[in-house]
Write a protein that binds this ligand. Sequence first.
Ligand code: FMN
Length: 344
Amino acid sequence: MSLFDLARGTLFRMDAESAHAATIQMMRRLPRMSARLMRADAALPRECMGLHFRNPVGVAAGLDKNGECINALAAMGFGFIEVGTVTPRPQDGNPRPRMFRLPEHEAVINRLGFNNKGVEYLCRQVEHARRDCVLGINIGKNATTPNERAADDYLHCLQRVYALADYVTINISSPNTKNLRDLQQGDALATLLQALSMKRDQLAVEHGRRVPLAVKLAPDMSAEQIQASAAIIADTELDAVIATNTTLSREGVAGHRYADENGGLSGKPLQNLSQRCFEQLRSALPEEIPMIGVGGIHDRESARQRFAAGAQLVQVYTGFVYHGPDLIESATQGAHDAALAETA
Ligand SMILES: Cc1cc2nc3c(=O)[nH]c(=O)nc-3n(C[C@H](O)[C@H](O)[C@H](O)COP(=O)(O)O)c2cc1C
């Protein structure tokens, strides 16, 4: 029995959010040696967004919202870590309970609502981290900031994290902040991305380093919405698209005792929807914009499918909750499989 299996036995007896909090505390205190005991040795170097990745499997945003476990996650063998979503000011998020495990489906439903300790706290954590992999910082807006002033929050976070991030993700796809997903379309999207792109160009001159900007999208968009948003993204010179966030759909979990809880569904039941959305976005976007696949990746085959559809990198969250660090290795094997099939 692995160290992860032992820990999971205890953690799964707690409610989902307490288990998550305990995991964060454990990882914060975990000496690098112990994290290395869980290490998945997955080497498959990749270049993406002008950055070097030791393997193409990363931690998705939301697992380490405050950047408190960077050392442990890096020691476990991830190729990259995306911390956040972080907002300018600390906020509590929605009332509890707000996170539910559906083990029968290897799924989670959450409506956390960007609970985080604010961008200043996250920056202090990142400054003290000893990481040896790529670090992305995922930024959002405070719940009390109206959409008309959303750009101010994103610009504030971008400026603050710029010197510390290898790349920055603009998260406009969480279902748990009211109206946030409206920013994914039309003028709201164009205005926000243009403002951030201009700010990045200015910061690139100041810092002598151009930090790539990625945007993260939801799987609940129609084919027409995907086409329209892809055109705007291509126009604003973004460096990558991350697809997808959690879904509002309950396909695959109907009848479960938590199926009617509000929030975003993640994990295995999200796999097909996320794959479909990824494929539509891939064909709508210019080839030179790389894509990062996330959503329901839980084994070698689900990873292979995402790489075969054109993902340069993938991220995992819920699959990691259920399968632990071994998933880093199996997902990397999925990348190998897809690359082999392409050259065959
Ligand atoms: C509990 C929880 C919290 C999350 N928080 C965030 C977040 O703060 N920002 C974000 O961009 N995505 C967040 N996500 C979404 C994940 O990053 C990921 O896009 C989604 O869960 C699909 O991947 P998965 O099926 O591997 O979990 C969260 C997901 C979960 C389960």
